[in-house]
Design a protein around this ligand. Structure first.
Ligand SMILES: CC(C)(COP(=O)(O)OP(=O)(O)OC[C@H]1O[C@@H](n2cnc3c(N)ncnc32)[C@H](O)[C@@H]1OP(=O)(O)O)[C@@H](O)C(=O)NCCC(=O)NCCS
Length: 189
């Protein structure tokens, strides 16, 4: 089920191959988003600073609020039929002095769909969305230094490390270092 390329449709979604579609999520996807988000926090606890225990307390309407699209944020997902199998989010600083900065977060591909190019297509789509935002100059993200697969993915899209925060997260009694990465928006440099 390799991803063979993408076809952009004008209904707000993108067919990635015969089976998978890429959408920008909206409030109507709240139930599916809650489900994959809780799955991500359960199966990859060291990949995120948020915890399953905290997010399972969130109501569906809180998840729906996160999904309301605007030029300053977007959450994108890949669907296999009606099942949401991968997500990534873009957010932008609101305050005037830092409004040129954006963040990539919540990158997750369900285990069955990994190593098939899904993460690459999804991140590429989110970066295109970010790069098209007027005035955006840089994107940052934070990744656990032990997460070699995610670091390789980000490096492939031009993210570079600008520092390691030691003991950045305490997860189940173990301390984890985190890498801070930045990518300048091509049109801005
Ligand atoms: C990291 C993750 C998003 C990658 O998604 P994916 O769909 O498997 O990635 P792709 O198949 O598109 O691979 C893209 C690139 O990522 C890197 N990569 C992905 N999996 C890798 C692995 N197991 N080992 C090394 N590099 C890997 C490679 O550079 C790969 O490019 P290549 O295939 O040309 O070598 C996925 O493994 C995941 O969801 N992990 C758990 C959650 C997580 O760690 N999120 C990141 C939070 S910062």
């Amino acid at each position: 089920m390799n991803v063979e390329g993408i076809i952009i449709f004008d209904r707000g979604w993108t067919r990635m191959n015969a089976e998978l579609e890429l959408h920008q999520l909206d409030a109507g996807h709240a139930v599916a988003y809650q489900s994959i988000r809780l799955q991500a926090l359960r199966d990859s606890p060291t990949a995120f600073n948020s915890s399953y225990e905290e997010e399972k307390q969130r109501s569906i309407s809180e998840f729906a609020d996160l999904l309301v699209p605007s030029p300053s944020r977007g959450i994108f997902g890949v669907f296999d039929a009606s099942q949401l199998v991968a997500t990534v989010g873009f957010g932008r600083e609101i305050r005037r002095k830092v409004n040129h900065k954006g963040i990539i977060r919540g990158m997750y591909v369900a285990p069955k769909y990994r190593r098939q190019g899904v993460g690459k297509q999804l991140l590429s789509h989110a970066l295109s969305f970010a790069d098209s935002q007027p005035g955006l100059v840089q994107l940052t993200l934070v990744v656990n230094t032990a997460n070699i697969s995610a670091i390789s993915l980000y490096e492939a899209f031009g993210f570079k490390s600008f520092g390691i925060e030691p003991a950045a997260a305490l997860i189940d009694g173990a301390l984890h270092d985190e890498m801070h990465m930045v990518r300048l928006v091509p049109q801005a440099i």
